[in-house]
Design a binder for this molecule. Structure first.
Ligand code: APR
Length: 254
């Protein structure tokens, strides 16, 4: 593993345009549960793929809202780990840096990362289910919420449902953000892929876009993923340990 860390440090030192793609794995060491992990206790009887859809929300708005309240509580208790902090440090060292994340938590922001694209939204935000004022109609519940409807907060504009600002299964990603992420992937000279299974498109296909455009792809993941077979370098390990080691190796690389 030392060799791969050294090679990665060397490539990062020479890199002009870097894209980092992160997934649930980077928040794992912060204790943020993935969909599967978050199905404890009361929620164990449900299948996450059947809660995180617009159809589920339409059929059972209160149930889906309550599940997200539960997940928000778990996220609120979490703190960034050394992997998040190392990525914030990396941003200060590379001329053009962009962090594309599938995570809906804000741990990258808390660690100090600046240029972040949230492909799958942000769990702390809410919007009108019908986007009654245009897409997205973000709602600040602390400031404007008073009424409820069907067990969920009512939109202050149209009185209908408020929902979390996340991308559910079967929904399209925010197009401007996806466009920016795809463009950055095409233009980068290096892509670092950390803690994602790479199974959910279009996020999972961004490393291939980078590779086909001539970039090198480096993966950090303790397990095999859909990216592994075409990664130029694979570092088998948890991001909270590997990323600080990479930064340290950058200090020593020549
Ligand atoms: N460091 C790095 N990677 C890790 C770590 C760690 N400490 N722990 C686990 N991993 C890896 C796992 O091996 C796995 O490949 O992180 C990956 C997590 O995979 P998923 O749970 O499928 O998460 P992700 O790829 O982000 O999922 C994509 O699917 O669940 C939906 O919308 C949700 O954004 C999510 C999307």
């Amino acid at each position: 593993m030392m060799i791969q860390i050294k090679q990665t440090a060397q490539l990062l030192r020479n890199c002009r345009r870097l894209v980092v793609l992160t997934g649930a794995g980077v928040s794992k060491e912060s204790g943020v549960p993935t969909f599967r992990d978050a199905m404890d206790g009361l929620w164990a009887q449900f299948d996450p793929a059947q809660l995180a859809t617009p159809q589920a929300f339409q059929a059972h708005p209160k149930r889906v809202w309550d599940w997200y309240e539960y997940r928000r509580d778990l996220v609120r208790q979490a703190h960034p780990n050394p992997g998040h902090f190392a990525l914030a440090e990396l941003e200060r060292r590379v001329p053009q840096f962009i962090l594309v994340t599938q995570n809906v938590d804000d741990l990258h922001e808390q660690a100090g990362s600046q240029r972040i694209l949230h492909l799958h939204g942000k769990i702390a935000q809410n919007k009108c289910f019908f986007n009654c004022q245009g897409d997205p109609t973000l709602i600040d519940l602390d400031r404007s919420q008073s009424a409820w409807i069907d067990g969920v907060p009512a939109c202050p504009h149209c009185g209908r449902w408020v929902r979390p600002d996340v991308v559910w299964f079967g929904e399209v990603l925010p197009l401007d953000i996806l466009h920016e992420a795809a463009e950055a992937s095409r233009d980068c000279d290096l892509m670092l892929v950390i803690g994602t299974a790479g199974l959910v498109d279009p996020a999972g296909s961004l490393p291939r876009v980078a590779k086909q455009a001539g970039a090198q792809v480096i993966e950090i993941n303790p397990d095999h993923s859909a990216i592994t077979r075409y990664a130029d370098i694979k570092i088998d390990g948890p991001s909270g340990e590997v990323m600080p080691a990479v930064i340290k190796a950058m200090d020593h690389a020549r």
